[in-house]
Every structure is written in C-alpha cells, then in structure tokens.
Design a protein around this ligand. Structure first.
Ligand SMILES: Cc1ncc(COP(=O)(O)O)c(C=O)c1O
Length: 384
C-alpha cells in the first residue's frame, strides 16, 4: 500500500518553517501583547508591501472582513447586494446579517466566476422588486480573479461599489495588478487551508480609501472613537490575534515561492489532464493562486469517479455541491433573470484535486494516473 496523499499538506509547510514559527509564537507568549500587539501592525505593513494596497485592516476572519466593509458602507434593509451563487456561504451571509438582500447571479462555466450578463439581469431583478442595488461582491473562486474590468464598468454605470471577495485568491493578479488593489475594497481570509493561511482564523481588508479604512478600524473594535470606551458607531470584536499575525509574518516570507510551486503543479495537471476532463481556464493577463484545482467532469458520474480515486488513495473534494440559491437558508432570496443554469450544472460536475505547494512530481503522477484510470474506466463501460 502506498502512502495516502494529502488534499492540502499543511504539515509539509510546518516542517519547512520549523523554528521560525516556534520562535515567533514564543516571542508573543513572552511579550504578552496578545491583543493588537506589535506583530499585528507589522503584518499589516508586510501585506501592504506585498500587494501594493494603500490601507490594510487585518481582522478575525474572512467573513468579518466582508462584514466590516458592508457595515462601513451602511448597508441596510431595502438594499440589494449582488453576489455569485456559486461561492461559499459567507459571501451572501454578511449581506443578510445586515437585513439587506443578497441577489444571486450566475457564473461563467469556464472560470467559475461571476457572469456580467447575469449581473445585469440581477440588477434589473433587484429594481423590479423595489430593492435598491448598492454593490456587487465578485468572488475570485478557487484563486482566480473575476472579470473585474467588465464588472467594474457595470458598477460605474449603475453607481454601485465593488467589494472583491478574495478569500481564496490573495496572491493572484489581474492584468498586472495584485489582488488587494481592485474595487472599493478587497477582503481575504487566512483560514488554514487558504493559500496564505494561519493556525486558526484570520482575515484582512484592503482599500485605497483612507476614510473607509479609518471607519473599518473603528468597527473592528466595537465602533471605537477616541478610545475603546468611546463608542461612536455599532461595531464588533473583529481583531486579528497577535499570535496569528506573528505566524502569518513568517508564512508571508515564503509565500512567493509557494505561489510559484502552485503554478507548477497546476500547469502540469492541466497539460496532462486536458484530454480526460475540462481543466480550469485562466484568461490572458490573469494569474490564479490555485486555492483549488477544479475539474469539470463532462459526461462522467462524479460519485463513481471520486470513489475510484479514493480507492487509489487520492482524496478529492466537491466545492460546491449546491449553489447558494438552492441552500435552505438562502432559497428565499431573489435570483437574476431566468435562472442560474451554469452554477447548477457546475455543482453537479465539479471535483477538486489535491493542490498545495509541496505536491511532488511523484505524487502529481499518482493523482494524474488515478484521474485517467477513473475516467477511462467509465468511458469504456459506457462504450460496452
Ligand atoms: C469565497 C469565500 N468568502 C468568504 C470566506 C470566509 O472566510 P472565513 O472562513 O475566514 O470567515 C471564505 C472562506 O472559507 C470563502 O471561501
């Protein structure tokens, strides 16, 4: 029996970083600045230098990052915020938190990201329902930036802001610009499985808008004014732990190398799997950070396929088995135009393969062979 393959190998990265992490954590334990200690500010400066954003507001997780922007923009009941339906629940959840209405929009099948035609339909749907469209939250699914130029031109025309949900894409780029410098603001997550992950929860917001950043810094600590016992607005406890900031400082140092390694894995997967399944399409001028490497299984039974891979020791995951507009909690919210067929199809077809920077060519070969075997078996059975 060969060794089981990890879907995401956090242990390999832990071995690589070794004492750098131990020392960083111990330093925080000893200096005692557990809440908003010096590492938090230092990490924010490192993030700003990494992506070129003017303001970085770190926070407790990627969900709070989204919420802080919406709260700072004063999103309220009667407002509509347009979100892709093929995403993690947090994207729409924060809209509903504030009593506003998420309006679900379809995605492109080739990139998994928001479809601007459907976005136009969603804006019309919102207005027909007497809702006030205020903003759009494009999501960079699986690490690949959305079609920002087109979405932004619609936002400009319609007077909407654009909040980029880059929970999965920090480290990617769009037409020469790093993720973190697009739209009104960009949110990200440092959940352990994300390309830049910590050892717990963490997140950040990036914005060029100084005023928005100042309001979010206040929201992050219970709407503080001159100090935390001066409450000038409704806020939250949204701080990033100092310990997580210390860990992230070390992880960010090796992040560019890890991104390059992810690119190598994805390139090889795409070269060798393109003839058995639909491989991800990355448009010209865009780079993905490959949070996930996701195939579309055209004409194959997904359950049989994943069972075959599992038998070969290859783990897989399905992101996402149901689009949000079909989820119990979100079913009652409006959808764009005449339905969201691409997302519904994707939910049936997608499967993600092991992806991380420490995936050796030997392990890649095992994954590739298992995918080829599983698809060949089904095609052969269908032909008989
Ligand atoms: C697209 C998307 N948005 C938001 C989030 C929320 O991030 P967090 O889990 O850090 O709250 C996630 C994370 O899983 C995500 O994938």
């Amino acid at each position: 029996m060969t060794d089981p393959i990890a879907f995401i190998d956090l242990a390999a990265q832990r071995r690589r970083l070794g004492s750098a992490i131990d020392d960083a954590v111990l330093k925080v334990v000893n200096h005692g600045g557990y809440i908003m200690g010096p590492e938090v500010k230092a990490f924010e400066a490192d993030l700003a230098a990494f992506c070129g954003a003017r303001n970085v507001v770190s926070c407790a997780n990627g969900t709070d990052a989204l919420a802080m922007v919406l709260m700072a923009k004063g999103v309220k009941p009667g407002d509509a915020v347009l979100c892709p339906t093929f995403t993690f629940a947090a994207t729409a959840e924060v809209v509903a938190w504030l009593g506003a209405t998420p309006v679900f929009v379809d995605v492109y099948e080739q990139t998994f990201n928001i479809d601007p035609n459907s976005l136009e339909g969603g804006i019309k749907t919102a207005r027909r329902l007497n809702l006030r469209p205020v903003g759009v939250i494009p999501v960079d699914l699986f690490g690949q930036p959305a079609d920002y130029d087109t979405v932004e031109s619609i936002c400009d025309r319609e007077g909407l802001w654009m909040l980029c949900d880059a929970a999965q894409s920090f480290g990617a780029s769009y037409k020469g610009r790093q993720v973190g410098t697009l739209g009104l603001a960009t949110s990200t997550s440092f959940f352990p499985a994300k390309p830049l992950g910590c050892y717990g929860d963490g997140g950040a917001v990036f914005t060029e808008d100084d005023e928005l950043a100042a309001v979010m810094r206040s929201i992050r600590v219970h709407g503080q004014g001159s100090d935390k016992y001066d409450n000038v607005r409704i806020g939250m406890n949204g701080r990033l732990d100092t310990m997580q900031a210390a860990i992230l400082i070390e992880k960010l140092k090796i992040f560019p190398e890890e991104i390059a390694a992810r690119h190598r894995v994805a390139k090889r997967y795409s070269e060798l799997l393109g003839d058995v399944a639909a491989v991800p399409e990355v448009p010209q001028g865009v780079t993905s950070v490959w949070a996930q490497y996701t195939l579309r299984l055209r004409g194959l039974d997904r359950e049989t396929f994943t069972a075959d891979l599992k038998a070969a020791g290859v783990p897989t995951a399905v992101y996402y088995p149901r689009p949000l507009h079909e989820q119990t909690a979100y079913r009652a919210f409006p959808t764009a135009g005449n339905g969201l067929p691409a997302a519904e199809r994707l939910a049936q077809e997608v499967v993600s393969l092991p992806m991380h920077p420490y995936l050796t060519e030997g392990i890649q070969d095992r994954v590739i062979a298992a995918v080829k075997d599983a698809s060949m078996r089904q095609r052969k059975a269908a032909a008989e």
